[in-house]
Design a binder for this molecule. Structure first.
Ligand code: ASP
Ligand code: MG
Length: 417
């Protein structure tokens, strides 16, 4: 008997009808002879609504209490889904994260899963129950409830699949899998059959919002094969696995047969520039050290060539971190007598992702040419061995995504022979 972990996102359990449909999907899988552990997110926008409720009380809710509040969203889902399954006459039981044996560290709001003791789940499965687990939560060493960061139910599902040595980990959402780009922007976007962990990580970090990136890291670490698929469709989704497994499953001789797998974009970016910093050792260390101390994640960094022993440093952060970054930078500008700090909110990041880049030079040049042909100016560039990202004017985002998707012929299977 196979053990399947199924995870359903918030939009899949947003109302009673959808909840019943999810119950039927779970039951069908159970009837096919599987043991089922289902992980669910909070219904619809519940987590955002709860955050707003807290904000109405105080701008700075204590982290512990915020986690107590946010964890209730997923509890609504597990209870209702279990009722829907029970109503069909199947044995079912719901468990909170702590009841399921999910133990995290102390970091409220961004807790890391430290260990999973799945004894309770295993016992219930052996008694023929369908087990429904609340995503996004665990308990810390003090026994307090924690949450695992936004989108954390994916992490719950993958971590449980690893701990239970599940035969399959299926992540259901309102999209049918991972696409070559956002199908709402490019109609010709194609669903990918396979994607390597590294490509998925690059795509998740560059704006594709299908899977939480930490869950992909955990999947990679423990070799959990993820099937990202649609709740409201019977099509097979996208398999996310190691390059070795993909070669086996797909029959591809080389992983690099796909030149480029996807184009992503991220409008959640802000560019800061500190103008006229002294060109002396220790300046960059101070800036990025101080930003790291307040928990600001910096993405791209550019330092201009020095003129008159002064240079400019530009870098990007996400919109959430703007206020924190601004405070740090104003202090630094004063300390180093910089001329000013500029903040450009009208920027976006577009990225081209694909393991094929490793063995095929010239993809970066091709991407730059496609952008230039469309009159799009590149403000910053960063690369890894499987990704090229460019910061551009936010206004050009859609044009850039369309140009890159068409230019790399992603609507067709662009296999290199
Ligand atoms: N409900 C949480 C969120 O919206 C966790 C999740 O959906 O995975 O971020
Ligand atoms: Mg959600």
């Amino acid at each position: 008997m196979a053990l399947v972990v199924m995870k359903f996102g918030g939009s899949s359990v947003a109302d009673a009808n959808k909840m019943k449909l999810v119950a039927n999907k779970i039951i069908a899988k159970k009837d096919a002879g599987n043991k089922i552990v289902a992980v669910v997110s909070a219904p619809g926008d519940t987590t955002d609504d709860l955050l707003q409720m807290a904000e109405q009380i105080t701008p700075k809710p204590p982290a512990r209490e915020l986690d107590v509040l946010l964890s209730t969203g997923e509890m609504v889902s597990i209870a209702l889904l279990s009722m829907a399954i029970d109503a069909k006459g199947y044995p079912v039981i719901s468990l909170t994260g702590p009841q399921a044996g999910i133990f995290s560290d102390h970091q409220h709001g961004q807790a890391k899963v430290e260990k999973i003791i799945p004894n309770a789940i295993l016992k219930l499965l052996n008694k023929n129950n369908i087990v429904i687990v609340a995503g996004f939560q665990g308990s810390n060493p003090s026994g307090d409830i924690t949450t695992l960061g936004r989108g954390g139910s994916d992490l719950t599902a993958v971590a449980l699949a690893a701990a239970l040595k599940a035969d399959a980990c299926e992540i259901y959402s309102d999209v049918e899998g991972i696409f070559t780009t956002d199908p709402r922007i490019v109609k010709q976007a194609r669903k990918l059959d396979f994607l390597s962990y590294d490509e998925m990580l690059e795509m998740a970090c560059s704006g594709a919002q299908v899977l939480q990136s930490r869950s992909v890291e955990v999947a990679k670490k423990f070799g959990v094969v993820i099937n990202a698929r649609g709740t409201f469709s019977d099509n097979c989704g996208t398999i996310i696995a190691s390059e070795k497994i993909i070669k086996k499953l797909s029959g591809r001789k080389k992983m690099e047969t796909l030149l480029v797998s996807g184009i992503t974009f991220d409008k959640n970016q802000i560019k800061f520039t500190i103008v006229d910093l002294p060109d002396t050792p220790g300046v960059a260390a101070k800036i990025f050290g101080d930003l790291a101390k307040v928990g600001v994640n910096v993405d791209m960094i550019i330092q201009s060539a020095a003129v008159d022993k002064k240079n400019d440093i530009s870098f990007t952060v996400t919109k959430q971190d703007v206020k924190k970054a601004q405070i740090v930078l104003d202090k630094i500008a004063k300390e180093f007598s910089a001329t000013r700090v500029e903040c450009d909110e009208q920027v976006a990041k577009v990225s081209v992702v694909g393991v094929g880049m490793r063995s095929h030079p010239g993809i970066a040049a091709c991407a730059f040419e496609l952008l230039s042909k469309n009159g799009i100016n590149i403000e910053m560039i960063s690369t890894s061995d499987i990704k090229i990202s460019c910061i551009i004017d936010e206004i050009d985002t859609m044009k850039a995504v369309k140009a890159l998707h068409a230019g790399f012929k992603l609507s067709k299977k662009n296999e290199i022979k």
